[in-house]
Design a protein around this ligand. Structure first.
Ligand SMILES: Nc1nc2c(c(=O)[nH]1)N[C@@H](CN(C=O)c1ccc(C(=O)N[C@@H](CCC(=O)O)C(=O)O)cc1)CN2
Length: 299
């Protein structure tokens, strides 16, 4: 963790790298002792550039740690039925212990219907309604927690930031980040408020937070004077904004105005290099957990 004129910068890239390393070690042992490796199916529909980048990163990470990845690439015109058939085939494949369907899916596809079709035991993205539902109930736990929310919790833990008893504000209420991370913080005894596009005067609510999780998808929305001094600020945003000075013509920024907020916060994650790499590390971790569980069941 580096100091930055105020806030300590949480190095998600480094923490993720350490997790990759320990997963690779475990997989080597699994292979030596049981002659088995985890298998992860990565299914993508269409040619969205950002989704293709993330899928490429996931497949590369699998190769690096020793997870066998099964690639399913369907055209943007694939019907709901064709995608469902592909998911059912992956459910039935004994070499596969994890399945992920890259989101978002094309508009003509009912995303919830596809997620519901994934076998709950292989739902390493944690988006199956039963896995999400188990986050909402006392005394129950999901088989898998969604990767980005799990990554946020892991970053807090790794940085020594206590959650119990803290005021946490989650900005955004998406199915894949905002809602599950709010539930996960609540399950760890934080007092949680969700701020969203219809919230009046969000700054005043965010200013009360000891922990801010920014997942609104609004570039540089959260300013320095919205933050309580010393707060931990976890930035989930990955927004590309035009930047003619870059060869690519764009750069990635978070939902947090990093330059302003780092002067006030106690901890802050950068974009890139914060939550993003943790999403992939948590996916590998969930896949390994799934494989260990399924291999044990096979005896
Ligand atoms: N099935 C899923 N779909 C989506 C998920 C998900 O968890 N499961 N999350 C997001 C996108 N996402 C993974 O799919 C993801 C986003 C960002 C990163 C990341 O490492 N970002 C880097 C920057 C990468 C770049 O240069 O473009 C960083 O922040 O440092 C990884 C995964 C939506 N869909």
């Amino acid at each position: 963790m580096a100091e930055s004129g105020g806030a300590q910068i949480i190095d998600g890239k480094l923490i993720a790298k350490q997790i990759h390393w320990s997963i690779a070690q475990e997989i080597t042992t699994l292979k030596e002792r049981h002659d088995k490796v985890p298998g992860l199916a990565v299914l993508i529909v269409g040619e969205r550039k950002d989704s293709q980048t993330y899928v490429r990163m996931k497949r590369k990470a699998c190769a690096e740690v020793g997870i066998k990845s099964f690639d399913v690439d369907l055209p943007a015109t694939a019907t709901e039925e064709e995608i469902l058939d592909a998911v059912l085939a992956l459910n039935a494949n004994p070499e596969i212990q994890g399945i992920l369907v890259q989101l978002p899916l094309p508009k003509h596809v009912n995303e919830q219907k596809i997620l519901l079709a994934i076998s709950i035991e292989k739902d390493v993205d944690g988006f199956h309604p039963l896995n999400i539902g188990n986050l909402t109930m006392k005394g129950r736990e999901p088989l898998f927690s969604p990767c980005t929310p799990k990554g946020c919790i892991e970053l807090l833990k790794e940085s020594g930031i206590a959650i119990a008893g803290k005021r946490a504000v989650v900005v955004g209420r998406s199915n894949i980040v905002g809602m599950p991370v709010a539930l996960m913080l609540n399950n760890r005894d934080a007092t949680v408020t969700i701020v969203h596009s219809r919230t009046k005067n969000p700054e005043a609510i965010i200013r009360e937070a000891d922990i801010v999780i920014a997942a609104a998808g609004q570039p540089l929305m959260i300013k320095g004077d919205w933050i309580k001094p010393g707060a931990a600020v976890i930035d989930v945003g990955t927004n590309s904004v035009d930047d003619p000075s870059k060869k690519s013509g764009y750069r990635l920024v978070g939902d947090v105005d990093f330059e302003e907020v780092k002067k006030v916060a106690g901890f802050i994650t950068p974009v890139p290099g914060g939550v993003g790499p943790m999403t992939i590390a948590m996916l590998l971790q969930n896949t390994l957990e799934s494989a260990k569980r399924m291999f044990a069941l096979e005896g």
